[in-house]
Design a protein around this ligand. Sequence first.
Ligand code: SF4
Length: 594
Amino acid sequence: MSTTVLTAILDRHQRRGERLMTILREAQEALGWLSPETLSVVADAIGWPRVKVESTAGFYSFFHTRPMGQYRVLFSDNFTDRMLGSQALMQALCKQLWLEPGRVSEDGLVSVDATSCTGMCDQGPAALVNYRAITRLTQARIEQMGELIRNHAPLESWPEEWFQVKSQVYRRDRLLDHGLVSGDALKAAIARGQDALLEELKLSNLRGRGGAGFPAGQKWESCRSTPSEERVVVCNADEGEPGTFKDRILLTDHPDLVFEGMTIAAYTIKARRGFVYLRGEYRYLLETLEAVLARRREAGLLGNNILGQGFDFDIEIVHGAGAYICGERSALVESLEGKPGRPRLRTWSLSVKGYQGFPTDVNNVETLANACLVAVHGGDWYREVGTAKSSGTKLVSVSGDCARPGVYEYPYGVSVGQILADCGAEDTLAVQVSGASGTTLAQDEFERVISFEDVPCGGALMVFNRHRDMLEMARHYSHFFAHESCGFCTPCRVGTAVNAKLMDKLAAGHGSPYDINELFKMHRLLQSASHCGLGSTATNVIHDTLTKFYPAYQQRMQSLDYEPSFNLDRALSQARQMTGRDDSGAHLSNTETP
Ligand code: SF4
């Protein structure tokens, strides 16, 4: 362990415990892994019990408390990556390197494994190599990669085009065609004044774009009206929902708009500190985003006395470390404080007691970018497009079986069928809206529209053609939830694991109607007894595929000559009675309060 390196990192972060996520990330980047000695030194320096530091280091999949290879290859493992052949590519690389997935090579050179969706579904199959994204993997690239690794070639010498992450935008509307330059929206906000701006925001009916759809104006107002000496603005850039990459586009092509939205929020609620919680998979964006922040400070758009108005606000970027649950707002705030990302008890709303006990406003990247449009054009203008309860436009990340995967911006109210036509999807069997926790739509529902009234969309729309197996898709996501459950509450911790086992059994042809009934029971249980949105939405995809694509399940059971005597209608009506919900789906953060 290099004590000098570690001391420099700790000094840079003033040995503050709430900076633990950043300290651990930087220590790992410098030292290769988080050894017991490193954790002890960090714990002593920040004055936390060692067990607390160890618990944070152990919670996140991108922190390594045992030596990892000099090259760490993580294949993105969304279902759409699998559709593009990611598993065969991973096996090929392992074979070339004489490795088993998940193991470090004996010489300590390399490890190869899978990770949840890396947000590159429009240019997969994708992988992270030492947390740098590589897109469009092919057999030829894999062979070359194996050679480069065997020759110990530094990443800087690898072909540059491998690391290109393209912004594939196929439809722009009011947000992506905003035409604003840096500072426009902030000046407009200051010209309106805090009270008037808040009124405009409420008038606009801008709702959270992360999936929950909570009105932004109400959230800002609640935060502002809580008495406190300090308030905090957090930008949730942890878009971990499989199939979602629209925030990546905003952070890459419009970072000023996002930072300006945060500054406007801070101005309105009187906050002085801001955080961007950036998902670990977007590590490659960090230096660029830091440079934008530095430029904004120089331009007087951040820092002290912003635009000469006597208002101070600055933004810090904190990295996530590969935990899907941190998309849940209170888990995200826990993570920001350097703790494991476990959702808080709902005793206090974050608007009252959030980060470090201060009133905290947490908004999605897209919501904050939209706030700039409201500041410039006003609430009435903003409501001109969209539907009665869903104003404005929505960015949709389209992936899967279509000719043009990428980001599309539509006014709310666009039909799923229209999106399918625009992205060049053919022979579509099903569409998964809002990722793993969202809604599976069958062909007869493609006239339904993207809106909070009908099909809410957090940002993902995955397309599956008639050759895809819907049981396999649901099985894949059952494992995803079993892996991502934070383990805090029993229904979710045990339920997601049981679901994954039941789905494996069914997929292997060993299932029976009894198992189907068990899946419905688990659906009712997780929906009603889970502590947070992850658990309560974890069975959506199983429920939807069971009710809309039952033949895919039946076929597997018939292969063992089971009588398909199971009464699906009765199970379905019981599920509805218990949960009081229809099939409109929900989202990880769907239970949001201000
Ligand atoms: Fe954790 Fe799952 Fe419980 Fe949420 S529902 S707190 S993810 S165990």
